[in-house]
Design a protein around this ligand. Structure first.
Ligand SMILES: Cc1cc2nc3c(=O)[nH]c(=O)nc-3n(C[C@H](O)[C@H](O)[C@H](O)COP(=O)(O)O)c2cc1C
Length: 193
């Protein structure tokens, strides 16, 4: 089993999502001793904004190819996705811009777009300061809905969300949200085999 682990939080050791993706990967590797992990820290080593490839031998082109190969090779992709301004951090967006490639992960035909990705499980750790799963802010969630759309578009429809929300409302909210996320991790990670 090949596992790709991505983090995108800028909050370092204070990050909720980094701690939770680490817990997801720890459980999966504990329960699947054949798993090999590729780690990419999208904040420590940010990908540049996408630009057209004019030289296939350029560093930018090679980096894009490496990102795509890591993604295509992975059976399981674990993504730390904080909510930044109702969506995802631009560091994660830069990675998404490298994996949404016509002819590689999706194709167009007269019947419309078709996803080319099969047999991949995506586990997203979603952290956010407020509450969006219910209540009036639900319509402002362009983070989880965006990620579900992105992965669904390329055929990766097996997407699980591990959510820690309301973490900035109070210390108690944060403690409860992280505890709830760990319960979800136990259920989600144990299904990975
Ligand atoms: C630049 C930035 C933008 C943010 N935007 C939002 C937002 O739109 N809605 C929200 O509920 N929380 C927002 N937050 C709070 C984060 O979602 C929250 O702190 C979350 O825990 C971040 O994940 P992390 O702890 O893994 O870094 C923002 C935080 C930062 C740093």
């Amino acid at each position: 089993m090949k596992l790709l682990h991505l983090d995108a939080s800028s909050l370092g050791q204070h990050s909720v999502s980094r701690a939770l993706t680490a817990a997801v990967v720890a459980q999966i590797t504990r329960e699947n001793t054949n798993a090999t992990v590729t780690y990419r820290d999208l904040t420590a080593q940010p990908l540049p904004h996408w630009t057209p490839v004019v030289d296939a031998a350029s560093e930018a082109a090679k980096l894009g190819d490496a990102v795509m190969e890591e993604f295509l090779a992975a059976d399981v992709v674990v993504i730390g996705a904080p909510m930044y301004n109702f969506s995802v951090p631009s560091q994660l967006k830069a990675w998404i811009d490298r994996i949404m490639v016509a002819g590689k992960t999706f194709s167009y035909s007269e019947k419309g777009p078709q996803g080319l990705v099969t047999g991949k499980k995506v586990i997203v750790v979603s952290s956010r300061g407020g509450v969006y799963s219910t209540g009036p802010a639900a319509a402002m969630d362009f983070q989880e809905s965006y990620l579900r759309t992105v992965f669904g578009f390329i055929g990766a429809t097996d997407v699980e969300f591990i959510r820690a929300e309301g973490v900035n409302l109070s210390a108690e909210h944060k403690t409860n949200a992280v505890a709830a996320a760990h319960v979800t991790i136990g259920a989600v990670a144990s299904k990975v085999a």
